[in-house]
Design a protein around this ligand. Structure first.
Ligand code: HPA
Length: 289
């Protein structure tokens, strides 16, 4: 059996040889949001293939660099690009970088994604704070032997771990307050994860709405699960890139087909708001106990 913990240690050791920076916050950038990494100061950019055991991303718009530096003076580690289960990676690889973020000292994970809006009142291009998730991918990233050495805090690293506040209410409140300060409303929503890569059918989306989901996407839940296993505090932000299948967006007559190019384009347009929100939040998160 491969020893994920010692592989993650090798990756962490490699990163420590590339920079003295000790990141407090790990940030995973979703589709179309990768440009945020270009705002990191004093950046050391490490291509994923250079880091031992790191997976390489294959999706357009996920360029695959770990960027270490500062945002508003706070040391951060930013993943510009992630890999997804739909690319064929086992979840141990999908979540490997999150494990490494924990080992290099991050105590907070900001996980971001592009998502379809199931909630019909979500405008395309809006940012939503994830309040909770529904994992319908059919599997769980903590599957397999438990590895308590991944604990980033005393008491973490347990076989069974609580997910009742997986997305930190404290961090969400900070994000909502900061958005209000910046003049926009950051709403909250439940993120439902599917395996993909096909987008959903309208019948699936109707079913997901009945289940209580506001957003649908193909990432995030696995990273959140391992982050919680390690004891990291998690903030999740979704960018609504399109109305989910069959959802008629406000101001439109009928539902439209979903295209990956549109997902990327909406990301580019939302970049400014996303960047100013995150840049203001990072020092607030770092300042709080
Ligand atoms: N469904 C699933 N994943 C997505 C979507 C969607 O509509 N939009 C962006 N990522």
């Amino acid at each position: 059996m491969t020893d994920i913990y010692s592989n993650a240690q090798s990756a962490a050791d490699y990163i420590r040889t590339a920079t003295d920076l000790k990141p407090h916050i790990g940030i995973i950038l979703g589709s179309g949001l990768g440009n945020f990494a270009n705002h990191v100061r004093g950046a050391t950019r490490i291509p994923y293939p250079e880091i031992p055991h790191f997976p390489r991303s294959t999706v357009e718009g996920h360029s695959g660099h770990l960027v270490l530096g500062t945002i508003a003076g706070v040391p951060v580690a930013v993943m510009q690009g992630r890999v997804h289960a739909y690319e064929g990676y086992p979840l141990s690889e999908v979540t490997f970088p999150t494990r490494v973020l924990g080992l290099i000292g991050c105590k907070t994970l900001i996980v971001t994604n592009a998502a379809g809006g199931i909630n019909p009142s979500y405008a395309q291009g809006s940012l939503i704070a994830i309040s909770d998730h529904i994992n319908l991918t059919g599997t769980n990233a903590a599957l397999g032997p438990n590895e308590p050495r991944f604990a980033a805090l005393p008491g973490a690293g347990q076989r069974f771990f609580d997910m009742s506040t997986a997305y930190s209410p404290r961090l969400r409140a900070l994000a909502i307050e900061e958005a209000t300060r910046q003049g926009f409303q950051l709403r909250e929503g439940v993120y439902l994860a599917v395996l993909g890569p096909s987008f959903e059918t309208p019948a699936e989306i109707r079913a997901f709405r009945t289940l209580g989901a506001d957003l649908v996407g193909m990432s995030t839940v696995h990273e959140t699960i391992v982050a919680r296993h390690m004891g990291l505090e998690v903030l999740g932000i979704s960018l609504v890139t399109n109305p989910a299948a069959g959802v008629v967006a406000a101001g439109h007559e009928a539902a439209e087909a979903i295209h990956h190019e549109d997902v990327m384009e909406v990301g580019r347009r939302a970049e400014k708001q996303f960047t100013s929100l995150l840049t203001a939040l990072v020092p607030q998160i770092a300042a709080q106990p």
